[in-house]
Ligand binder design. Sequence first.
Ligand SMILES: *[C@@H]1O[C@H](CO)[C@@H](O)[C@H](O)[C@H]1NC(C)=O
Ligand SMILES: *[C@@H]1O[C@H](CO)[C@@H](O)[C@H](O)[C@H]1NC(C)=O
Length: 525
Amino acid sequence: MSFIIAILLIFSSLSSSSCAVPLSTRSRWIVDDSGKRVKLACVNWAGHIQMLPEGLNKQPLSNIAKQISSMGFNCVRLTYATYMFTRHGHLNVGEYLEHNKLTLALEGVKKHNPNILNLSVWDAQKAVIDALGSQGVMVILDCHVSKPKWCCNDNDGNGFFGDQYFDPQDWLNALSTVAKRYINTPMVIGMSLRNEFRGRRQDQNVWYTYVEQGANLIHKKNPNVLILISGLGYDIDLSFLKKKPLNLNLHNKLVYEIHRYAFSQAQYGFWSNTSINYMCQKVAQEIEAKSGFLRGGRQNGAPLMLTEFGIDLDQNSQPDTSFVTCLLAWLAENDLDWAIWSGHGSYYLRDGKQDADESYGMFDGTWSKVRNPGFHTKLQLVQQILQAPFSTQPMDRVMYHPLSGSCGMAQGNEVQAGDCLKTSVWSFNGDGSPIRLKGSNQCLKAAGEGSPVVLTDYCSGESSSWKLAPKSMYQLSNGNGLCLHFDSSISNKVLTKKCIVTDPDYVKLPGQESQWFVLVQSNTK
Ligand SMILES: *[C@@H]1O[C@H](CO)[C@@H](O)[C@H](O)[C@H]1NC(C)=O
Ligand SMILES: *[C@@H]1O[C@H](CO)[C@@H](O)[C@H](O)[C@H]1NC(C)=O
C-alpha cells in the first residue's frame, strides 16, 4: 500500500513539474510559469452535444486520459455549451440519458464509468478534467455553442450574438461561471470566448464590443487562464485587427485561434484539381493575411493557435491528403500551437443515430485504438517543440516529409525516411548551398534518377547544391533538376527523381507530395 502511494506521489510530482502552470504569453509564444516555452499539441474532445464528454460509454475515463497522453498530446480542447452553465448544470447525467432515450450511451456509461452516472452535468465535466489532469494533460475549455447540439452551420441559431439561441448576456454568465468554477483547477490552462462566429448577423463592431467584454470578464474572474479569441467566418478571419487592434490588457493571456479544413472557404474542389504547390501557397498567404500577421512584432505579437484542423481518417481522400500535407508543412515551419479535430471516435447521438462513428477521430469507434496509425505518425514532429525561442542554441534543420510523417535520418552513406523523434540534424544556408549533416563534413549529393541520395564529402558542384524547384513550395532540387523524393512503396530510402513541377504552377500532377521535404528550423534537437 505505502509502496503504491509512493509511486503515485512520484507520478503526481512528475506531472506537475512537467508543466509549470499557469501559462502565459511572451510575444508569439506560450510560456510556463518559469518563462520556458510550452507547446500546446492538443486533441479536441466534444462535450457540448449531450452536455457530457463523448466516449464515456466506451472506455473507463482513466484509460481514455492515459491514451490521449500516450498518443503524445499534452492538452485537450474540451468543448461545452453555455446552457450547461446557465440552465442545465445540475441535471443528473444518468437521468438525462434515460429521459432522452440514449439507451446505448446509458448502458455503456453504466458499464465503463458507473460513477459518472449519478453526477451532475457540471461534476461530470470536472471528473473528465481531473482525469486528464492526473495524466498531466492540460485543458482548454471551449465555449462551442449555446444550445447543446451538433455544430456548425450559418442558420443553427448559435452563430453570432443575437442569433436565436445566442443571447449575449447568457453567454457572459456562462463564461463567468466557468472561469470561477475552475480557478482552483490549474490544469484548466485556457478558455475560449466562442467557437466559430458565423452567419448573417456577423458584424465587426458587435464583435469588438462583446469580445472585449467577454475577455475582460474571464480575466477578472480567473486571471490564470489563457483567453482564446476567434474571428469571423468560421474562425478564419481576423484581418480587421490589422487596422483596429483590440482594446484589451489581459496581462499576457491573449491567444488568437483559427480553424482550417480542406473544405474551408469552399476550397475542397481546388485541393482535388490544382497542384499542391499552388494551393498551399495560396492558403498560406491567405492565412498570413487573415490572421498570421497577429503573431508578428516583438512587442505586440501574440500566439496564434490552430485549434481545429483535421481530415476523414477512414477515407484518406486525395484532397484531404494534399490539404493535410500542406497544413502540417506550414505548422512545422511556423511551429504553432494546435489542436486536431478530433480526439473523440464516436458520438452518443448524431444525426438521429446512436453511437455514431466520427471518422475524423484519432480514436476509433471503440476508443481503445488509434484509428489511423499512419496519420498519427504524421503528427509526431509537430507534437514536439521545434523552436526554443529564448534559447541561445543556433537554428538547425530537420528534414520533414509531411506526406509520410517521417524525417531524414542519416544511415551509413544514405538517408532513410525515419522516425521524427530520432531524426538527424542538418544545416542549410538556402539557395544553391549544400545540405550538410550536422557534426560531420558530409552533405547530400544526388547520384542519379531513381537512386538513393548519398552522403559524401564532396560538397561543391551542381549535384550537391540545393534550392527550391521553380514554382514549387517545398520541393528541393539540385543543379541538375533532380528532386529529393520519398515513396515508401518504392523504398525506405530518400531517392532523387526528376522534379515533378509544372508551368503554369496550378496544373496538377500526381506525386508532387512525395517530393515535399520541409527543412524545418529547429534548435531543440
Ligand atoms: C446519487 O447521488 C445522490 C446525491 O448525491 C445520493 O443521495 C444517491 O444515493 C446516489 N445514488 C446512487 C445510486 O448512488
Ligand atoms: C477546380 O474546382 C473548382 C471548384 O470545384 C472549380 O471552380 C474550378 O473551375 C476547377 N478548376 C479547374 C482548373 O478545373
